[in-house]
Design a protein around this ligand. Structure first.
Ligand code: ZN
Length: 302
């Protein structure tokens, strides 16, 4: 089959975008009118093949490529990483003096680095240095960024020194157990001691939020917790019964899928040894990043 010069030009242009399609149509019109001009024939706008779908294709020619409707590019999923404590609030202090605020910042920075080149994810940290950020401000920051997922990273002191391993917490009015309630009580006291009370702001926030969003947020939080713990569980030591719930102030954003991860307990000497090692922190950051990425992308698509 013979092809016209117009056809070869058209075939050379990728047709998988609307932009390309427009340029194809433009090029076809341009080439055909030039050819007709050379032959001494007037090219009428909207006539022949240049008119596109309104005219049947000429015999021996392929019909003009159809424009593939293209969805607008999807914005990336926004992940907020919240390094627990900071500034005048050191968090837990390990048996050899490791401060929780340093562990949490280092792990969050590690996760951000792992996800830096991910095309579908943008990561923000609630703090990027050793500064004190009240709990409600951390949640407000997530709202400001229109977050899809909020992950708070901690390495607290457990109620008993023997407790060790990673665990994850979602929000519940009633804690799943005393262990989780103790952790939440301790975390929530931080603002009473070092800053201002999270309770008052929470009442206002709760009053304006809708039930549906709350349910969605809660279910998504549970799913995220399950997936992250199951995923990292192949790589790191887990606390017995690693999926728990308690009334953490930093998780009280009903519509936003939120999980608090205790990467380990500084009250346990073995955990502290792991958490103070830069190499172990980097590994932990990588395992967490591997799990957080698909969770975040799915939430964006929800
Ligand atoms: Zn903590």
């Amino acid at each position: 089959m013979r092809r016209s010069p117009a056809d070869s030009i058209v075939r050379a242009i990728p047709t998988d975008s609307r932009w390309a399609f427009d340029s194809v149509m433009y090029t076809r019109r341009l080439v055909i009118s030039s050819l007709l001009g050379l032959l001494g024939t007037a090219a009428l706008p909207g006539q022949g093949e240049a008119a596109g779908k309104s005219s049947p294709p000429l015999p021996g020619r392929k019909p003009a490529p159809k424009a593939v409707p293209r969805l607008p590019p999807r914005p990336p999923a926004i992940v907020i990483l919240d390094p627990g404590h900071g500034g005048r609030d050191p968090g837990a202090i390990g048996v050899t003096g490791t401060e929780e605020k340093d562990v949490t910042l280092s792990i969050c920075q590690g996760i951000r680095q792992m996800l830096a080149d991910h095309p579908d994810i943008r990561v923000f940290l609630t703090r990027d240095r050793d500064s004190y950020i009240p709990l409600p401000s951390r949640v407000a920051f997530a709202h400001e960024k229109n977050a899809d997922l909020f992950i708070s990273i901690h390495a607290d002191a457990a109620p008993n020194r023997a407790a060790r391993g990673l665990s994850a917490y979602t929000r519940a009015d009633k804690a799943t157990d005393d262990f989780a309630r103790h952790l939440a009580d301790r975390e929530n006291r931080v603002d009473a001691v070092y800053g201002f009370d999270a309770g008052a702001t929470d009442k206002q926030t709760a009053a304006i939020l809708i039930d549906l969003a709350r349910r969605h947020g809660h279910n998504a939080s549970l799913a995220a917790k399950r997936r992250i713990v199951t995923g990292v569980g192949h790589r790191v030591q887990l606390l017995d019964n690693p999926m728990r719930a308690a009334n953490f102030a930093v998780l009280r954003s009903p519509a936003l899928p939120s999980v608090l991860i205790e990467t380990g307990f500084l009250s346990n000497p073995q955990d502290e040894k792991i958490l103070r090692s830069p190499k172990s922190r980097a590994a932990l950051a990588r395992y967490l990043a591997d799990q957080i990425a698909p969770v975040a992308v799915d939430l964006r698509e929800a």
